[in-house]
Design a protein around this ligand. Sequence first.
Ligand code: SF4
Length: 332
Amino acid sequence: MFKPKSIFFEKDIENYALGRQLMEQYKDVPKVEIESHNAIEEMRKKENKEFLNMKGNLIIGVRKTHKFVPNHKISDFLVPYTSSGCIAACMYCYLVCNYNKCAYLRLFVNREKMLEKIIRTAENSEKTLTFEIGSNSDLILENTITNNLVWTIENFKNTKNGFLTFPTKFDMVNSLLNLEHNNKVIIRMSVNPEEIINNVEFGTSRLKGRIEAINKLKEAGYKVGILIAPVIFVENWKPLYLELIQRLSNELSEKVKKDLFFEVIFMTYSYVHTKINEEAFPDSINLYNKEIMTGRGRGKYWYKESIRQEGEKFFREELAKYFPNNDIIYIV
Ligand code: SF4
């Protein structure tokens, strides 16, 4: 389990069972009391090169915003849930909006309030709703610290008209396998070629582990998906992604392949990423490529239309070849 270097905590967390549990679990770790998890003065002053060091800290607070954001890709709503940020360090992570604020893992202990709102919204709805609860962090990773996913699935399983979904890059799924989930949870495994995982997605599970995890989750009755994301157009992207698709075809179980679905997302990048990565990972590859990327407003970059089109054609053709019976929900 993750052992933080320091814990920054809001006083109020002691009024919540999970807050008390975490303080006990980490009783030997040095602690600093803070006013708000959103404004930690000590962190704001750090330099970019300290990015990885900062991820060794854990912030524990109470979530104040509970606004659901309508979504039209794989869910009906993006829901702020029990954590934000992450202890891994993928070089493109979109949670690195401003490293002082978002990079490290923040846990929110008022989980009862958050789940109650989801359940109430589902039960008051006339149509079935899907809630994306993993857009701010990686819940499989978080679960190894808080057990929140186990708690969530157990408390959500009898909800009418609702599904939960989240993506992950981790393989620590054993605690979910024997749960009664009533088919209410859709788990999407995010994958990339081995070479990209090793050189860009620092601190995440290896491809082999991710594939094994998805096979185990399917065997345990969960609905599963594969998220090829983010696609990074490195020089040799075609053979790398072809090999990935072939590996998935060979190593995913027949049961998974029966009703698996795909999402494909091309990488977006930003000026903030470039600055952090240059200083925090000076020996790593440069993900910004001005030949094939273009501005997208507010310091963000994405791939030019011509390479996006080539990418879409490639994924549609190759997935149709190796997974002729599976849907691609979207390519963006
Ligand atoms: S695992 Fe997910 S949340 Fe964590 S750094 Fe990587 S992309 Fe970000």
